[in-house]
Design a protein around this ligand. Structure first.
Ligand code: XMP
Length: 538
């Protein structure tokens, strides 16, 4: 396994991602872990990350001495390179002006790290790399035993190596995709130079995670807020695999879920996994609170706050009091843990390596502060995983592929897909129309790729417009509601293009909705991209 020491860069998690893509197990820990920790971790190789701008000025952060005493290969990236230079006796010139940008780097000589790795070569035959680089601070003198490995005109020492000891460092960032050969470079380091085994597979991960959960929890009880979303579902399945009945899931149904979604969650977890799930039907409560409210942010706030209140009430019953709300008659010891499906991207660095990592949870199950309020310890078994790893894990745990690869669904649910005031009548119409749209997307295969249009889009849904338009059906005039279909393609949800769905598919969906959902007589397709529109309508 590989140890990544984090000096507080925003992109440290990408290093882990690239290493995992090479199927090598790795963990990220703060740069100031103890020497004992480093020794006990027994890494095959160590990667020192970059840092955020402010630490560059004084170059105070250091890697533990054990990093240099272990005799394993070390790769320094950006700030990690400075640390390596300083700790190995080289010289660094600080600068308070830094820039992150594209650069072309000449890869010198034939180091084991860069051999054969290049984007193009110059007329003189020099291998060149296209990279993203931090400009500003510089290593100005190589430490003893090091040779030059890379350079640019403005940064004469952009890479250095002491190959006898397996020490390599680069000023640029191999972990970002803008550095085209970054993945190859990191793979070369972990597999060839550090000799880590590419054996990180899901099966091992499950066994490891199960053992860790058992060790952490012992015979204590755990509560988990199940939302039906991918993360909380996978967390529930994993924890259930580890501790069975010591886990109780609380599923707050706010009445703004998709068609049959609540029943499907129950079927899956109670019917198939035989987990304990308390379903709280709070739809009337939520609709009551939402009555007369049409401002999108106000609706979001109400749904979020109500969600926490209801969850807290249910959780409180399971804590300490010994009340066993599932009616099983089994004596409950009172829960001691709150489990959350926090995944790696949710774990946001705050204030760099010195500060403990802060956790942000999506607004909907924003139960931040809840563990303290309920006097519970926090259990987050997915903390180290990226979304695609969480999905893989879910499938390996036996969750249906369809559930695990679902499009994202916002916490406030249909609450933000019914424009303006939310009413039960609207939600019922929307649910039926949306189910038809999603069903047809799943059925309609693209000829070229053989994939369904559900898989070819990143997010697709129906929006309810509380306006009426005139139509004609049979011999009669209709005066009914309008829905908009929305389907987008995006990789990061920050920008998105509307999907060019086949006309045949749109035609079928519109025909079915208008014929099958009495109350809707007009279907439109949203052809706005983000920006300037957003993906959701509210
Ligand atoms: P927008 O509409 O901002 O959406 O382009 C980007 C992504 O975020 C989701 N989204 C939400 N998720 N609570 C959530 O949990 C919310 O209030 C919320 N609003 C938008 C949206 O579905 C899309 O995937």
């Amino acid at each position: 396994k590989i140890l990544i020491l984090d000096f507080g860069s925003q992109v440290t998690q990408l290093i882990a991602r690239r290493v995992r893509e090479a199927h090598v197990y790795c963990e990220i820990h703060p740069n100031d872990v103890s020497d004992d920790f480093v020794r006990q971790f027994a890494p095959k190789g160590i990667i020192l990350s970059g840092s955020h701008a402010s630490t560059y000025e004084d170059h105070q952060l250091r890697a533990p001495q054990a990093v240099w005493d272990l005799g394993v290969p070390v790769l320094g990236i950006c700030y990690g390179m400075f640390t390596m230079a300083v700790q190995q006796g080289g010289q660094v010139e600080a600068s308070d002006h830094r820039e992150f940008g594209y650069a072309e780097v000449r890869a010198h000589g034939h180091t084991k790290l860069l051999q054969g790795i290049e984007d193009f070569s110059t007329a003189e035959g020099h291998g060149m790399l296209k990279v993203w680089m931090s400009h500003g601070d510089k290593v100005t003198a190589l430490p003893p035993g090091f040779k030059l490995m890379a350079s640019t005109p403005s940064c004469p020492i952009a890479g250095m190596a002491d190959e006898a000891r397996g020490y390599y460092a680069v000023q640029f960032h191999p972990e970002v995709t803008h550095t085209l050969q970054g993945r190859a470079l990191l793979e070369r380091f972990v597999l060839t130079i550090a000799g880590a085994r590419p054996d990180w597979v899901m099966k091992d991960h499950i066994a490891e995670a199960v053992a860790r959960i058992r060790e952490q929890v012992g015979d204590e009880e755990v509560i988990l807020g199940l939302s039906g979303g991918v993360d909380s579902s996978v967390a529930a399945a994993l924890i259930h695999r580890a501790i069975g009945d010591q886990l109780t899931c609380v599923f707050v149904d706010h009445g703004l879920l998709r068609l049959n979604e609540g029943d499907m969650v129950m079927d899956m977890f109670v019917g198939q996994l035989q987990a304990k799930v308390i379903r709280v039907d709070a739809s009337e409560l939520f609709l009551g609170k939402l009555a007369g409210v049409s401002d999108p942010e106000a609706k979001r706030k109400i749904i979020g706050a109500e969600f926490v209140t209801v969850f807290k009430q249910e959780a409180a019953k399971l804590v300490g009091t010994g009340v066993n709300a599932d009616g099983s008659g089994r004596a409950a010891k009172g829960a001691k843990w709150l489990a959350q499906g926090t995944i790696y991207p949710d774990v946001i660095e705050s204030g760099g390596a010195k500060t403990k990592k802060a956790v942000t949870i999506k607004s909907h199950h924003n139960v931040g502060g809840l563990p303290e309020q309920l006097g519970l310890k926090l259990l987050e078994p997915l903390r180290d995983l990226f979304k695609d790893e969480v999905r893989e894990l879910g499938v390996a745990l036996g969750l249906p592929h369809e559930m695990v690869y679902r499009h994202p669904f916002p916490g406030p649910g249909l609450g933000v897909r019914i424009l303006g005031e939310v009413k039960k009548e609207y939600a019922d119409l929307l649910r039926r129309a949306d189910a038809i749209f999603i069903e047809e997307l799943r059925n309609w295969k693209d000829e070229a790729t053989g994939k369904s249009w559900y898989d070819l889009t990143s997010q697709a849904f129906t929006v309810f417009l509380p306006v009426k338009s005139v139509g004609v059906m049979g011999d009669g005039r209709t005066y009914d509601y309008v829905v908009a279909l929305r389907a987008v393609q995006t990789s990061d949800f920050m920008t998105a293009d509307w999907a060019e769905l086949p006309y045949g598919l749109l035609k079928k969906v519109s025909g079915r909705i208008i014929n099958e959902v009495r109350g809707i007589n007009r279907v439109t397709y949203d052809v706005s991209s983000k920006p300037p529109a957003t993906i959701e309508w509210e």
